[in-house]
Design a binder for this molecule. Structure first.
Ligand code: CU
Length: 153
């Protein structure tokens, strides 16, 4: 898709814009500006929770959400490379338990490079306790580096 657009743009740059395209481009712009005017206001930003990762803990290590709540964890490592894995399934989930956390741009393990804030957008859909942990081996107490998200009804 992106390649096609690039080729189209390159063609326009090389050959100039044919008249019929100019007209349709103009009407498309008109259409877009009309739509922009009737578009409802952008969705309110999700609640943002700043979280740090450093040897060997997440801070905060406990997060409380309500069902239906959308939140952005802004996770930053302050010492070395860590990772964060968040279970989409509640603790004690059986084989047929549906996931209760939804991730926008889900990753199994978000890599946390030192000093780089990583946004992790989550929507809580089912009550339960959801564990998270460091998923990049980071040293002696790596396995202790855990936390929990509590989703209340
Ligand atoms: Cu670790």
């Amino acid at each position: 898709m992106r390649v096609t657009i690039l080729i189209a743009v390159a063609a326009v740059l090389v050959f100039g814009t044919p008249a019929y395209m100019r007209d349709s481009a103009r009407s498309m712009q008109d259409e877009q500006s009309k739509q922009a005017k009737i578009r409802p206001p952008a969705e309110a930003p999700p609640r943002v929770i700043a979280m740090t990762a450093k040897d060997f803990e997440f801070d905060p290590a406990e997060i409380h959400l309500k069902v239906g709540e959308k939140v952005r964890l802004q996770v930053i490592s302050t010492d070395r490379t860590h990772g964060i894995h968040i279970s989409a399934f509640p603790d004690g989930a059986k084989a047929n338990t549906p996931p209760g956390l939804a991730f926008i741009f889900g990753e199994d393990c978000w890599k946390l490079n030192k000093g780089v804030a990583v946004p992790v957008d989550i929507e809580a859909t089912e009550p339960g306790t959801y564990s998270f942990l460091c998923c990049k081996s980071c040293g002696t107490d790596h396995k202790r580096m855990t936390g929990r998200i509590y989703v209340e009804p």
